[in-house]
Write a protein that binds this ligand. Structure first.
Ligand SMILES: Nc1ncnc2c1ncn2[C@@H]1O[C@H](COP(=O)(O)OP(=O)(O)O)[C@@H](O)[C@H]1O
Ligand SMILES: [Mg+2]
Length: 581
């Protein structure tokens, strides 16, 4: 049993000035961590306990599908040179030289080391499949370490690597990881979604990121309530609700002096934005300096998704056209641009967003200063375009699988599974003999979990749910499985011998029943003790106070924010049922 009076739990009244996100504030204020340098942290007692609990869950689940290794963080340059990543990793790699002048680096990930083991040791298809994992420190010289433990330069990763004889085998290893990850994150008490990630680069490969919705995240994702559909906003699509077109009429030019924006034109002509065409005039610029004009037409109330458009154009950066560039394509100034009269060429690509396909009698710029057109119908009044989905979906639109309202929000990546293919077995020369005695390359998968990110996401999730106190203090509680303690026993008056004794006894009984217990035996006011207990995020608290005279104690469930009274003798049974122990 741990007695608070003897522990080092340096709680603070204030969060450091640079702590913006909830988890950063909590971790420092609750004495979980202390900063040593930019993106480098000391994990103190509570931080280490939580991390160890997460690691234990990860290990238990990973042991069901793979074998644990422990690889060096210190890597010779040679293996990274073989794979081509010694240069490819650029500035993110921490590099050093040994006393003989040989190049070394600190491992950012371990494909190279794992592949070198497979290459040197695995000879036959009979030895496959293999899943090897480790839980170990990674070093990345992040350009902008920030948000406490969310983006750091030294962190703990569970990384695993699968080696299979063929794609069917890889499918199985990948699925096993998908299932193990879901079990791990669920056991850690997280709500998460699995987002299909970019799979372009590897050619037909598959990749999934496990994300937790939080304002502290750096990605923007969209997902359905049932989790069956989830995608990065750069890729997300939605079913379109049917909109009614304006009644058929002849193409007509209207004078719209000073009316440039969708809103202005809408108000002036008394129509809705979804009856208008928005013209996005962009320049695509490739790294070699080559450029091409790209004009996209979207529904007036829709937003252009530059990433979708950029990938349609093919690996270029997009920027808005300059006024001269606009004039050269449209012969009109911004505000009056539209589709009629444009021709595609090797200098100009014209894109009609899918949401405008089949629409009729729209309002668009006339390509003539101070004029718009009514009753423009794509395919009738203009034909030269490619149709593509280049818009950004918005909150509440129906998801493309089940038609459920999409949730859009920032999220943080807690894990990533990836079908790697032959990249490393090829570059590093790993070969095995197949059933026919022929030399073949094993196919690989790689899979990562950010251990600290499980803790930080749990804090962010709970803090977001609970909100601030009236006095503006953060509130949160950790899931029991990853909290540093499951229960804290708060003796409200330590110098009252009967209270102190009852605290000791309940703590002992709980421990005997398999609970991880913290006894707050400090000689402090009840107020301070309650505050500290809340601050360290322990999900259950037993208050030993005045009611003890009647044989009663209070049980505070901080996850559901309920307080109940129990007989001294019943509190263990009560907690057992809450924990299903
Ligand atoms: N700088 C970092 N600080 C904390 N955790 C990190 C950091 N970089 C990556 N992680 C965690 O490690 C997991 C696996 O890493 P990986 O997918 O290679 O990272 P990334 O997507 O940032 O390149 C990520 O899903 C994330 O949870
Ligand atoms: Mg990743």
């Amino acid at each position: 049993m741990h007695r608070w009076s003897r522990l080092f739990i340096p709680t603070l009244r204030e969060a450091p000035a640079d702590a913006v996100v909830a988890s950063h504030q909590i971790l420092v204020r609750a004495g979980y961590i202390r900063q040593l340098g930019a993106g480098i942290y000391n994990y103190l007692f509570l931080g280490t306990r939580s991390i160890n609990k997460i690691v234990a869950i990860v290990r238990e689940e990973m042991d069901k599908i793979g074998q644990e290794f422990y690889l060096p963080a210190l890597n010779p340059a040679e293996i990274w040179q073989e794979s081509g990543r010694w240069t490819g990793m650029g500035e993110n790699m921490f590099r050093l030289k040994d006393r003989k002048g040989a190049d070394l680096c600190l491992g950012m990930t371990h494909e190279e080391v794992m592949t070198s083991i497979a290459r040197d040791e695995v000879r036959s298809y009979k030895q496959l499949p293999q899943i090897w994992y480790q839980i170990q420190t990674k070093f990345r010289d992040e350009p902008r370490p920030k948000s406490g433990l969310l983006r750091v330069r030294q962190f703990t990763m569970k990384d695993s690597y699968s080696f299979d004889i063929d794609e069917a085998g890889l499918d199985v290893s990948y699925r096993l990881h998908d299932e193990a990850y879901r079990r791990i994150f669920t056991r850690c008490g997280l709500e998460f979604v699995a987002v299909e990630a970019d799979s372009g680069a590897m050619g037909g490969s598959q990749s999934q990121e496990f994300m937790v919705y939080t304002e502290a995240g750096e990605d923007l994702i969209a997902s359905s309530p049932d989790g069956k559909y989830a995608a990065n906003i750069e890729k997300a699509t939605a079913l379109l609700a049917v909109v009614e077109d304006l009644p058929d009429a002849e193409l007509e030019e209207v004078h719209t002096p000073g009316q440039r924006t969708i809103e202005e034109v809408g108000a002036f002509l008394k129509t809705q934005p979804h009856h208008q065409v928005k013209t996005m005039a962009m320049m695509a610029v490739w790294p070699d300096g080559k450029a091409k004009s790209v004009v996209a037409f979207l529904r007036g109330d829709h937003q252009l998704n530059e990433t979708k458009l950029a990938s349609l154009v093919g690996g270029a950066e997009l920027r808005p056209m300059q006024p001269e560039e606009i004039a050269s394509i449209f012969n009109a100034p911004a505000g009056y641009l539209g589709p009629i009269g444009l021709k595609q060429s090797d200098k100009l690509m014209i894109v009609l967003d899918k949401a405008l396909e089949g629409r009729r009698n729209l309002i668009a710029g006339a390509n003539k200063e101070e004029f718009h057109l009514r009753n423009v119908t794509p395919g009738v009044h203009f034909n030269d375009f490619v149709v593509a989905d280049v818009r950004t979906v918005t909150e509440g639109e129906p998801d493309p699988i089940g038609g459920q309202p999409l949730r859009i929000g920032k999220a943080v990546e807690i894990g990533h599974i990836f079908k790697l293919g032959y990249k490393y077995t090829e570059s590093m020369g790993a070969r095995v003999l197949d059933q026919n005695g022929k030399e073949v390359m094993p196919i690989m998968g790689c899979y990562g979990i950010g251990i600290e990110r499980i803790l930080t996401s749990a804090m962010e999730l709970s803090a977001a749910k609970k909100g601030l106190t009236d006095r503006g203090d953060l509130q949160y509680a950790l899931p029991p499985s990853i909290a540093p303690f499951e229960v804290v026993i708060t003796v409200t008056k330590q110098n009252d011998a009967s209270l102190a004794e009852a605290g000791e006894k309940i703590a002992r009984d709980l421990e005997a029943a398999g609970f991880d217990v913290l006894l707050d035996d400090r000689d402090q006011s009840a107020g301070v003790k309650f505050k500290d207990a809340d601050l360290i995020g322990v999900p259950y608290r037993v208050n030993i106070g005045k009611k003890l005279a009647e044989g009663k104690v209070e049980l505070v469930d901080r996850l559901s924010d309920t307080v109940t009274e129990h007989g001294v003798g019943d509190v263990v049974a009560q907690l057992k049922s809450a924990f299903q122990k």
